[in-house]
Design a protein around this ligand. Structure first.
Ligand code: NAP
Length: 495
């Protein structure tokens, strides 16, 4: 195996705290970390939170010596912060300020509008980088697996979320909001985001960065009733307490729940007692409160249902959803102690005409990269891609974020996750396992990209677009007005 002559393995230590490269050159203090004489070159694929947190960690390495190129398929960075976080949760998006600070660090480059697998391949990366890390998130959704799921007016929530956030690949979609009743299946935070967006008044939405076409469509919406459907009980609901509280404070919708469905069965009571979790107790209390609330006459009604599962969607002659069959569930305790929803055999019909399934995101495979079809992730051990049949010679492939662990946790969860991967990467560097690429040159990579990508977007380019979007937003009292991809490219002089 060819070794990197500068990012050298520690082969012996002449004095405590010093190390020698194989050619005998003293390369630095190893009491904490190995300090290479030349830069470790890393490609990160996916400019969402995990990508930025990883870049931050690598660039902040004691002693430096790391260069990061962050690749993104879209022109704009920030991943789910831009295209997943609900428009009415503007505060959460302020995390992009810390990502911008990472982008200003020496050794960082952003390459937007570059398709991994199309414009660049693993073979290209093997030529130019010591290490490659995938932070591509979970780009598709899980299915419910019930008849009628693919009828018209039945959609994955992930698509609706990407659509209202102006994602370039989802802008063309249409959602029929000319209906009165909608069901959102699942009780995670994404389901709550979708239900809340459907319940917001046009006035509330008008001050957000929701895509203009979505603002218009939501303004014309005829929706009167929104159902959030949980297959288990309130104690097991995946949404977090602040999100539950927010549902009770909407200007445009009353919220309600059924007393029998928020009452706790003995298993759930025991689970709540055992958890000793005040936040969880508060959530259950909030949900119970919803069940006794009087309606205040707001234009919409949001109903939280628990212990129900859709078993079939019904369609009309033109194939559009006109109803949903639900089965009532009870909780059963598994051998491992988990509480599972089990159908009781009692059914009811819910006359909904639009359905969003929000039962979890799922990762998609990347060309040439191992993939675990069952879990929808890249198989890995603490961030090291674990399939030995990788096409890169002397593979040094890593993974962080949702594509590493699955779609769980909030944005901040990706920070310790990325730190674990960074630790593995630097550990491998320190142990001498990092193979030397044939052409580890920053200039060579940029040359290659400029040949292949007609409109390569740097971070400076992005900041110009960002300023334009913010400027447009100011006029309407909004944080920004998102630009279409084609317009972005035009503004940068790429026709
Ligand atoms: P999630 O939190 O995993 O919730 C998925 C929901 O789908 C659960 O209620 C689950 O119920 C239900 N479900 C799964 N399969 C089902 C089926 N076949 N039938 C009916 N229900 C089913 O996923 P998510 O809502 O997509 O969120 C992904 C992550 O992003 C989460 O960690 C979330 O907290 C985070 N996020 C955070 C925010 C925020 O902080 N504001 C906003 C959006 C997303 P069971 O529990 O019974 O499996």
């Amino acid at each position: 195996m060819t070794r990197h002559p500068q990012v050298a393995p520690v082969v012996c230590s002449s004095q405590p705290g010093e190390a020698l490269a194989p050619d005998g050159q003293l390369i630095g203090d190893t009491s904490g970390t190995v300090r290479p004489a030349g830069p470790l070159r890393v490609a990160i694929v996916g400019a969402g939170p995990a990508g930025f947190f990883l870049a931050e960690r690598l660039l902040g390495r004691e002693g430096g010596g790391v260069e990061v190129d962050l690749y993104e398929r879209l022109p704009a960075p920030y991943g789910l912060v831009r295209f997943g976080v609900a428009p009415d949760h503007e505060k959460i998006k302020s995390v992009t300020r810390s990502f911008d600070a990472v982008a200003r660090r020496p050794g960082f480059r952003y390459f937007g509008n570059v398709d991994f697998g199309g414009d660049v391949t693993l073979a290209d990366f093997a030529r130019h980088y010591h290490q490659v890390c995938f932070t591509t998130g979970a780009q598709t959704d899980r299915k419910m697996g019930i008849p009628g799921e693919d009828l018209l007016r039945s959609h994955p929530a992930t698509e609706f979320v990407a659509w209202y956030n102006g994602h370039p690949r989802f802008r063309h979609l249409t959602f029929d909001l000319d209906v009165e009743r909608v069901a959102v299946v699942g009780v995670g935070n994404v389901a709550v985001d979708v239900a809340r967006m459907l319940c917001r008044t046009p006035e509330e939405l008008a001050t957000t960065d929701v895509a203009d076409y979505a603002l218009e469509a939501l303004r014309r919406s005829r929706i009167k009733e929104v159902y959030l459907l949980g297959r288990r009980g309130p104690v097991q609901a995946a949404f977090t307490t602040p999100e539950a509280k927010e549902l009770g404070e909407l200007d445009g919708a009353d919220v309600t729940a059924r007393p029998d469905e928020v009452a706790l069965d003995p298993w759930s009571q025991a689970e709540l007692m055992r958890a000793q979790d005040r936040t969880l107790a508060k959530k259950v209390e909030l949900l119970r409160g919803f069940s006794t609330r009087a309606r205040a006459g707001k234009p919409r009604l949001l109903t939280l249902r628990f212990l129900v599962s859709p078993v079939e969607l019904h369609g009309d002659a033109s194939g559009r959803v006109v109803g949903m069959r639900l089965v009532r569930n009870a909780l059963l305790k598994e051998k491992n102690g988990a509480l599972r929803a089990a159908p009781m055999g009692w059914y009811e019909e819910l006359p909904v005409e639009l359905v969003f399934r929000s039962v979890g995101y799922r990762g998609v495979p990347l060309p040439g990269v191992p993939f675990d079809e069952t879990r929808g992730i890249i198989p890995n051990v603490r961030g090291r891609v674990s399939n030995p049949q990788s096409p890169i010679p002397n593979p040094r492939l890593y993974v962080a974020g949702w594509i590493k662990r699955g779609p769980s946790g909030v944005i901040g969860t990706n920070k310790p996750d990325a730190a674990e991967t960074a630790e593995a990467m630097l550990e491998d560097l320190g142990s001498g396992a990092v193979p030397q690429p044939p052409e580890p040159s920053a200039e060579a990579v940029e040359r290659l990209l400029r040949e292949r990508v007609p409109c390569l977007i740097t971070f400076d380019d992005w900041k110009k677009l960002d300023a334009l979007e913010s400027e447009r937003g100011k006029a309407g009292g909004r944080p920004r007005v998102k630009m279409e991809e084609a317009e972005m490219l035009r503004k940068l002089g790429c026709e």
